[in-house]
Design a protein around this ligand. Structure first.
Ligand SMILES: Cc1ncc(COP(=O)(O)O)c(C=O)c1O
Length: 307
């Protein structure tokens, strides 16, 4: 990750090194925040943000679920204000490809009660490049994590709640220490849920499968895009329960996520997936997705917002 010059914090742009919170901030101690990860691409019309409207909607839905009051320095922030502030942040910085807005409880508290604790809104943009690292370009290696994806009864699995990412961090640590790029997590019922920051798909006997939202996944915006793009390309896409055995014996597997984009998987738990090489379906979707996000496919132009 490369730092940028300015961070948008509570209504104004401040220098990177001046964007600070107190050590007793409620959000730091208890994970009371919601965030987004959003990609910026170079397109023929200049810098553009992929599916910004959907990311802002998911952020604001998370704010609602967590019950945060978005009145900051006397100003009420809603969808429109967040949308504009994100664009302003990208415009203020030079070489950025990833934006991370975060709404969190900044008030200094020792108690758990979040009611009435002041809220802060920060928008950071950085140059991220290849999230999974160069090694994953030839096909990512996964492990099945010993940590389970927390279900909808533990926390709002459909919102990007900061504190809930502790499980993802533990699973990611496990993956890296075992020489893999990513970890796939099973849900409380033993079905495949998702990876630490990506959704998962498999191709088997001519059809594409991905876990259902009820499998305690985050309903990824890239997942949603790939379901639509694959159907537009003529593939049948089925949302269903997937067992670990079905995943290990798939012809192809790939992950989708804003940071990882479309990441083909060639090994899970030391077993090659299909031929052990990146498959033709994942390759075709990856290439189509790249053309879409870089503004080269007019049918998907409304997924792109120029800054
Ligand atoms: C746990 C988890 N699953 C899936 C995803 C993929 O979601 P999206 O495609 O919206 O980035 C993310 C990333 O945001 C994530 O954190």
């Amino acid at each position: 990750m490369e730092k940028s010059e300015f961070i948008w914090l509570d209504g104004r742009l401040v220098r990177w090194e001046d964007a600070k919170v107190h050590v007793l901030a409620h959000g730091l101690n208890y994970g009371t925040g919601v965030f987004e990860g959003i990609r910026v691409y170079d397109t023929p019309k200049g810098k553009a943000i992929f599916r910004l409207k959907d990311h802002v909607k998911r952020l604001m839905d998370g704010v609602k679920v967590m019950g945060f009051d978005m009145t900051i320095n006397g100003k009420k922030y809603g969808y429109e204000e967040a949308f504009e502030a994100i664009k302003e942040t990208v415009r203020a910085n030079k070489n950025v490809d990833y934006i991370k807005p975060c709404v969190f409880l900044c008030g200094e508290e020792t108690g758990l009660n979040p009611i009435g604790v002041p809220t802060s809104f920060a928008i950071t943009s950085v140059y991220m490049g290849n999230y999974l690292g160069k090694g994953a370009d030839a096909g990512a290696k996964l492990i099945t994590s010993t940590w389970h994806r927390p279900d909808n009864l533990c926390s709002p699995a459909g919102a990007k709640v900061n504190g809930a990412y502790v499980t993802s961090c533990l699973a990611k640590r496990e993956a890296i220490l075992r020489g893999a790029n990513e970890a796939v997590m099973l849900n409380a019922n033993g079905y495949v849920a998702e990876c630490t920051g990506e959704n998962i798909f498999m191709y088997k006997r001519g059809k594409i499968y991905t876990p259902l939202p009820s499998n305690s996944i985050l309903e990824g915006i890239t997942r949603n895009s790939i379901i639509q793009v694959a159907r537009d390309m003529g593939y049948e896409v089925i949302e269903t329960d997937i067992s670990r055995t079905e995943l290990l014996t798939a012809d192809e597997v790939w992950m989708t996520g804003t940071a990882a984009e479309i990441a083909p998987v060639t090994m899970i738990d030391e077993r090659p997936i299909g031929t052990g090489e990146i498959g033709p379906v994942a390759s075709a979707l990856k290439s189509r997705f790249h053309d879409i996000v870089t503004g080269k496919v007019p049918e998907y132009a409304d997924w792109i917002d120029c800054v």
